[in-house]
Design a protein around this ligand. Structure first.
Ligand code: CP
Ligand code: NVA
Length: 305
């Protein structure tokens, strides 16, 4: 464990330069090819990743855990229910202690500010595995998936349909880094936060009509209407988002070879129709698989460079 220099954190996609993001995507695809050919590379032998989850997860937990195993390291699952974090031990103290024992820490939590406080007191790299504000790990996989299917995303048109949430915010950051155009269609009152949108306004625009936003798109993306922590708003949101479903009519407005992505878990019949998510243009299963490859590349970047 190198404690002499400041750790490199990944709290936002903007913690990477555009060049680093491209390198990471390339390495992710390389690791994917190697894994599919049965070749394991133990580049993180003997390293430990602590994974703190204050919200549920399937993909993030399994991809980080399997990824560490494949790279020769180990991952520790720490639920706030079973650790002292859930009993009120200060986040700063938890960061100080854990970062003296492990090589990298991944956190999924509610307030982004909590993640930032944790990172400020950690001696080792901290990875944002989703906060209410951002979900940058998902974007690594989404961008890898687009590059693998369609090549470079620069100059392409991406359409976000639905809530201006953590995923939408991360798409705004990706548009800034990789220079693509992002049309965001969300109901009034559910727009992305100004502090995230404002710096990206040269590439991102809010279009309240989903049909107008979808015309000519190379990629259409959506996410759940109620995110984790918003369960009580589910009913109201279902009404407010009723016109924001990605269905075949909407996909027909995009380019004929447009892709459909969703970070999952999905609710068929709500934000996406079954015909779209289970249809020809959907790449959601590969997008989910790419979480594994992209995060392995991320772990290497943070721990080996
Ligand atoms: N997309 C995603 O982060 O999935 P999980 O909530 O299952 O980790
Ligand atoms: N916006 C969703 C993403 C889940 C991966 C949530 O925060 O619950």
């Amino acid at each position: 464990m190198n404690q002499s220099k400041m750790p490199r954190h990944f709290l936002s996609l903007l913690d990477l330069s555009a060049e680093e993001l491209r390198e990471l995507i390339e390495r992710a695809s390389e690791l994917k090819t190697a894994l599919h050919a049965g070749r394991h590379q133990a580049t993180l032998k003997g390293r430990t990743l602590a994974m703190i989850f204050e919200k549920s997860s399937t993909r993030t937990r399994v991809s980080f855990e399997a990824g560490m195993t494949q790279l020769g390291g180990h991952a520790l699952f720490l639920s706030s229910r079973d650790t002292q974090l859930g009993r009120g031990e200060p986040i700063e103290d938890s960061a100080r202690v854990l970062s003296r024992m492990v090589d990298c820490i991944m956190i999924r939590t509610f307030e982004h500010e909590k993640l930032e406080r944790f990172a400020a007191h950690s001696r080792v790299p901290v990875i944002n595995a989703l906060t209410d504000l951002l979900h940058p790990c998902q974007l690594l996989a989404d961008m890898q998936t687009f590059f693998e299917h369609r090549g470079d995303i620069t100059g392409k048109q991406v359409t976000w349909i639905g809530d201006g949430n953590n995923m939408c915010h991360s798409y705004i950051n990706a548009a800034r880094l990789l220079d693509f155009n992002l049309n965001i269609a969300c109901p009034e009152g559910y727009e992305p936060e100004d502090k995230v949108l404002h710096p990206g306004l040269d590439r991102c625009r809010i279009v309240s009509d989903p049909a107008a936003a979808a015309i000519g798109a190379d990629l259409i993306v959506t996410d759940v209407w109620a995110s984790m922590g918003q369960e009580e708003e589910q009913q109201k949101r279902a009404q407010d988002f009723a016109k924001y479903q990605v269905n075949e009519q909407l996909m027909a407005l995009a380019k004929p070879d447009a892709l459909f992505m969703h970070c999952l878990p999905a609710h068929r019949g709500e934000e996406v129709s079954a015909a779209v998510i289970d249809g020809q243009q959907s790449v959601v299963w590969e997008e989910a698989e790419n979480r594994l490859h992209a995060q392995k590349a991320l772990l290497e970047m943070l721990l080996l460079h």
